[in-house]
Design a protein around this ligand. Structure first.
Ligand SMILES: [Zn+2]
Ligand SMILES: [Zn+2]
Length: 285
């Protein structure tokens, strides 16, 4: 039984539609796949409708969290997607993009830069607006020569004069919300150092005490030594250990099923969850 518990579709930053993703998962020989788009469950319905026979879908999401200035991701499985408190938090994270970009424009205006919201919105076009679009506006205005130069302490770098923080969920709050919606929580790629600073083991221990179910150990961003260390941490703290591809279609090199989760661990996840059930494929469209 081959189980991949972490994938992304076009509902967030993957390149396959949810329907393409489940078809490819079946073709890759997977028995179970979880769809875990960033801060959204938008792709679930399409994935369910297209689910091939023999493939089971685990509904999920990957929530953007932050603790002590360190970004971290929490995988939430089989929660009730309509549960109001968790739904409101996902919307807050997603809908924060426009107010955040507007706030950066306001900071720049205070610094004497004549950038306007209309200019930034025009540059963003149909894409969801973000810091790179504000940076492009600074280039247009001749404030800096390149987008890269806009990502400096003078302007938009983290902690820079015109930087505005993103709304990200406190991970303890995330655990409370996911559990409240009947879900199971796994800390995604906890030691993926190339993405930025990672949390110390003391935080993992605190999260475990707060109800964290497991940690993702087998992940492309963890080398062999890191996996051994994380597996030991999980054992010590009584946490489940998962493995997954974190597939993003052609956006990343990892292929579906490159790393997988032990069937016993998967069984335990399904036993603990009561917000939703795995969906068996009925040979969809
Ligand atoms: Zn992630
Ligand atoms: Zn991911």
């Amino acid at each position: 039984m081959r189980i991949d518990l972490h994938t992304h579709s076009t509902a967030s930053d993957g390149t396959d539609s949810p329907a393409e993703l489940v078809r490819k998962a079946a073709a890759a020989g997977l028995d179970v796949v979880a769809l875990t788009d960033h801060d959204t469950t938008r792709g679930h319905a399409e994935a369910v409708a297209a689910l091939p026979e023999g493939l089971t879908l685990v509904t999920g999401a990957e929530l953007s969290c932050r603790i002590d200035g360190i970004s971290m991701h929490m995988l939430a499985y089989l929660f009730d997607p309509e549960e109001p408190a968790l739904l409101a938090e996902r919307e807050l994270v997603r809908d924060d993009r426009v107010p955040r970009a507007r706030a950066m424009v306001a900071r720049l205006n205070e610094l004497g830069v004549p950038v306007t919201w209309e200019q930034v919105a025009r540059i963003a076009g149909d894409g969801s607006v973000g810091r790179p679009h504000v940076a492009s506006a600074l280039v247009e205005l001749g404030v800096v020569p390149t987008v890269g130069d806009a990502f400096s302490a003078d302007w938009l770098a983290d902690g820079g004069r015109a930087f505005v923080e993103k709304h990200e969920t406190d991970p303890f709050e995330a655990i409370r919300l996911i559990k409240g919606a009947g879900g199971v929580v796994v800390f995604a790629h906890p030691a993926a150092a190339k993405r930025g600073r990672t949390v110390p083991d003391t935080v993992i221990a605190d999260l475990a005490a707060a109800g964290l179910d497991g940690i993702e150990v087998d992940h492309m961003d963890h080398d062999a030594d890191t996996r051994v260390r994380l597996a030991a941490t999980a054992k010590e703290l009584g946490l489940l250990v998962t493995g997954s591809s974190d597939y993003h279609g052609s956006r990343k090199t990892c292929v579906l099923g490159e790393y997988t989760t032990d069937p016993e661990v998967y069984g335990e996840i399904t036993r603990r969850a009561h917000g939703a059930f795995p969906v068996p494929g009925a040979g969809g469209a």
